[in-house]
Design a protein around this ligand. Sequence first.
Ligand code: SAH
Ligand code: SF4
Length: 409
Amino acid sequence: MTDMLSLDRPARPATRPAALQEMPSLIGLTREEMGKALAEVGVAERQVKMRVSQLWHWLYVRGVSDFDHMTNVSKDMRETLKRHFTIARPEVVEEQISTDGTRKWLLRFPARGAGRPVEIETVYIPEEGRGTLCISSQVGCTLTCSFCHTGTQKLVRNLTAEEILAQLLLARDRLGDFPDRDTPPGTIAPAEGRKVSNVVMMGMGEPLYNFESVKTALLIATDGDGLSLSKRRVTLSTSGIVPEIYRTGEEIGVMLAISLHAVRDDLRDMLVPINKKYPLKDLMDACRAYPGLSNARRITFEYVMLEGVNDSLEDAKELVKLLKGVPAKINLIPFNPWPGTNYQCSQWDQIEKFADFINAAGYASPIRTPRGRDILAACGQLKSESERMRKVDRMAFEAMMIANHGADD
Ligand code: SAH
Ligand code: SF4
């Protein structure tokens, strides 16, 4: 069984040495912040704008993680930058590659202030014609959705904009998704043929409880002079933090996914307790008001299939009623069990019946096919599982792990 799994201990050329850990990073700053940071270390005011666009290009189009690779920046300037800033990647503690091509990285970020270093996981899922990166926004989660393993862990801390972006940069490094070193400066990376074509904020944490950092990171990821991801190919998943859904539409403008999971308030209060604060009516109002909503820009509703809890045809009927008038796609997610949970995944024929009903009502309702089973790459289970795996028999859990990742259009 082990030979199904390729476990790499990668070389770590760009890992940040301990002594540099306290240095501020230039990654994850807005252009304005970067300009300010440069001015503070003595870059002449008339040069700041030009330096920012140079750096922006090197960091986000070329993906360099070493100042010395910035060939059109003078040596003096590179030395100044090196003295004050870092652009190194986080440490890759582990990289796993599934037999189906799914990859999972365990990344370590340095301590912030008095805290300890933290580890998070990022998952890459290659599919026909696209590749999706699943990014984390927090270490742990403040919310306590009863079917989610992350929900059993306390929030350790929010990730910074740098750490959110670093997941994308690191994945593109490892997948060879940045142009070669000898490509002439100024070259724009082609949008076609990229390994990471889509990003989903569906890793650990509730992105809308880390709004500012998520916003900054996603605006940088979709900046046309940098990483250039299309906003239509970036999806933010939320358990339903209503005020920030409005802000997401206005200030970020990426695609929206809602972790719905129940169609009645009494049941949703139990499964997704934030529903007590933001009940279904308010949530659906926020969805209807989401800017640019159309058939081409549908909202994805995630619905985890829990046996005997939310999987009856009556639920399917109410779901169709609830979504009336909202351009929507419904992702049916087979429940991923974890040690200690009381829930079970619905029977396969029940999931199919449920899907057929909502299909017949005119909604696309893909059932998430298992991906990366052998490397435990499932939503809602990241990091906590791999910690466990180091302690107990890694393979003993394999049979029960079903990945539910998948990209949107
Ligand atoms: N916190 C955000 C995003 C991360 S979770 C949110 O809740 O939307 C990504 C998706 O995985 C969510 O729809 C979540 O409800 C689902 N999920 C969590 N635990 C799961 C499990 N054990 N099995 C199946 N899906 C799960
Ligand atoms: Fe947090 Fe999302 Fe898990 Fe709920 S489903 S506990 S919001 S990570």
